[in-house]
Design a protein. Structure first.
Length: 138
């Protein structure tokens, strides 16, 4: 898969998204740990704490990759988009179960949050040039 050139604005978004992922990962291991556990669906056959730790490790890797693996930025963008798709059931479970976490203490707030996941997916693909690679016309 070839990489495409990205604008300064896209690069800024890519780095910002990478920093966001690293920050979220730190939360997985520290101050937001219980909130992240609240998002793990009950049907996941692993300990909620283990899922939070493992997803935190993945987030730190993806965050660092977004910032430093510029040669593979399109591939990293696709990987991050896939990660956002994979964690989306947790957001849905939080809404369905009415679980308060991250200050989302109403059904309306939890529902509204669901609409931000596609935005994150789009940003991961757009900021890395992956959209151009995926939809390149020949």
């Amino acid at each position: 898969m070839e990489n495409t050139n990205t604008s300064k604005f896209q690069n800024f978004g890519r780095i910002l998204l990478g920093l966001f992922m690293i920050s979220a990962a730190i939360g997985h291991f520290t101050f937001d740990r219980e909130d992240f556990q609240a998002q793990v669906p009950n049907w996941v056959p692993l300990s909620k704490d283990l899922v939070v730790i493992l997803s935190g490790v993945v987030e730190i890797i993806l965050g660092l990759a977004m910032i430093f693996l510029t040669r593979y930025k399109a591939q990293v963008g696709i990987a991050l988009a896939v990660f956002y798709v994979l964690v989306f059931p947790g957001n849905i479970a939080q809404y369905i179960n009415g679980t308060p976490a991250f200050g989302l203490d109403t059904d309306q707030a939890r529902l509204l949050r669901l609409f931000f996941q596609p935005v994150l997916i789009f940003l991961a693909l757009w900021s890395t040039g992956a959209l151009a690679v995926l939809f390149k016309r020949k």
